[in-house]
Design a protein around this ligand. Structure first.
Ligand SMILES: [Mn+2]
Length: 424
């Protein structure tokens, strides 16, 4: 299905008077709204192909109906999101779940929806049906060189698919590690992984980047071979200047100071970008901003400070992507909420009075520093984010038009009530 312009116009007209009132109040309170609006318009967040279907836990999965059955339908779903919020202009594919049979046709379809292809993702955390050797005891770290070779070849194949689609980066997340003390020689596992990554790195075109994602635990529960940002940065530094550390918000131990990690990676020019999500305990799949929106704001504060210090373009110089899974919500509604939360955190961070903050920091005025941050954080920026959407042809309120137009019901009609998105 497709959302028509007249439907968007009707929705926007209906809510405009109320929106205008809110926007006028907000812009009377803040400075530089024009520049902020342009930054919001430019900012695009990639949607992962695996977040479009219902996820599950190891206990069960409760399908929601109307899920995309093919790569084409996944692109169509991201196209729907982008039509509503104009901030979801890219899709990130997972191989082998989304192998493009006809890359030219897939590229054309994505272009029709105004979508670009973000980083491609490899998968050595599970065994595929026709796979010769098993990843039960790891992939790039494996004690058996032939398993490592198989995993290297898979990553190189992922790069080949990415080239056909116009991607410029590969994200490598490894589940490699160990479940019990003594199982693994840490040093050998690191060296095997590094040598494997070096082969993959060498196979990348010269304008490609490698993003190395870390995770503290799961599926391995004693050690992870890329378990934290220190280990990821070590690999990235040894690999070369086109290798970077990717931060997934949910991949840290509880209470980690993620904003500080971000600040230092940026300082070193080694931050690849982000996988946005939220978590309460040890998960990494909840809706962005649903648990700790203040942390998200503090992360954006460091991102903007660090990017501005290096003269970077907020919209294009880092990879921005959602990485979540939805067990109890309509995946498209969850993604609309996630993008909205990211845009709000970004907008609030753009409101921070940097000059005043620098001055207060220099004077060790701790109270003032907190006041400056919280003044920005407590500003209701929803009208500003909505105005950016409006200016770029989206909907004032994506979630309510999604429900008013009964998008999910239509998708169920088109695709059926019992569909399972590929890969899940
Ligand atoms: Mn991730």
């Amino acid at each position: 299905m497709q959302i028509e312009k007249y439907q968007l116009d009707a929705h926007n007209e209906q809510g405009y008077a109320k929106h205008k009132k809110r926007l006028d109040f907000l812009t009377s309170e803040i400075e530089g709204e024009r520049a902020i609006l342009q930054k919001l318009i430019d900012f695009q967040i990639a949607i992962p192909s695996w977040a479009l279907g219902t996820g599950g836990t190891r206990f069960g999965r409760f399908s929601g109906g109307g899920e995309p059955r093919s790569l084409e339908e996944k692109i169509e779903d991201v196209g729907l999101l982008h039509a509503l919020n104009r901030s979801s202009g890219a899709i990130s594919l997972h191989i082998p779940w989304d192998i493009p049979e006809n890359p030219a046709a897939i590229r054309a379809l994505a272009a029709q929806h105004g979508l670009a292809f973000d980083a491609v993702n490899s998968n050595t955390f599970q065994d595929q049906k026709d796979q010769k050797l098993s990843y039960k005891f790891g992939s790039l770290q494996h004690t058996d060189p032939s398993v490592r070779q198989q995993a290297i070849e898979h990553n190189i194949e992922v790069i080949r698919h990415g080239i056909e689609l116009g991607s410029k980066s590969i994200t490598v997340w490894l589940s490699d590690g160990s479940c019990f003390p003594g199982q693994l020689n840490f040093r050998k596992a690191f060296q095997n992984t590094l040598e494997s990554l070096q082969e993959i790195y060498a196979a990348m075109p010269s304008d490609w980047k490698m993003f190395i994602e870390y995770k503290a635990f799961e599926p391995n529960f004693y050690s992870m071979t890329v378990g934290d940002w220190g280990q990821s940065l070590l690999y990235a530094s040894k690999l070369g200047e086109r290798a970077y550390t990717l931060v997934d918000l949910g991949h840290h131990l509880p209470n980690a100071n993620i904003e500080q990690i971000v600040a230092l990676l940026l300082m070193e020019g080694k931050l690849a970008g982000f996988h946005f999500n939220d978590s309460k305990y040890g998960d990494d799949d909840l809706t962005v901003g649903s648990i700790n929106p203040y942390q998200l704001f503090l992360i954006f504060n460091e991102l903007i400070e660090g990017m501005d210090a290096r003269g970077m373009n907020h919209a294009t110089d880092l990879g921005w992507m959602i990485d979540a899974s939805h067990n109890v919500k309509d995946p498209l509604e969850d993604l609309l909420q996630s993008v909205e939360a990211i845009m709000q955190a970004y907008a609030k961070s753009l409101l921070i009075d940097r000059k005043a903050l620098n001055k207060a920091q220099a004077a060790n005025d701790v109270v003032r520093c907190q006041e400056i941050l919280q003044t920005a954080y407590l500003t209701d920026v929803r009208a500003l984010v909505a105005e950016a959407r409006l200016k770029s042809g989206g909907a004032l309120d994506p979630l309510s038009i999604y429900r008013d137009l009964k998008v999910r019901e239509q998708l169920i009609q088109e695709r059926g009530a019992v569909t399972v998105a590929t890969g899940l």
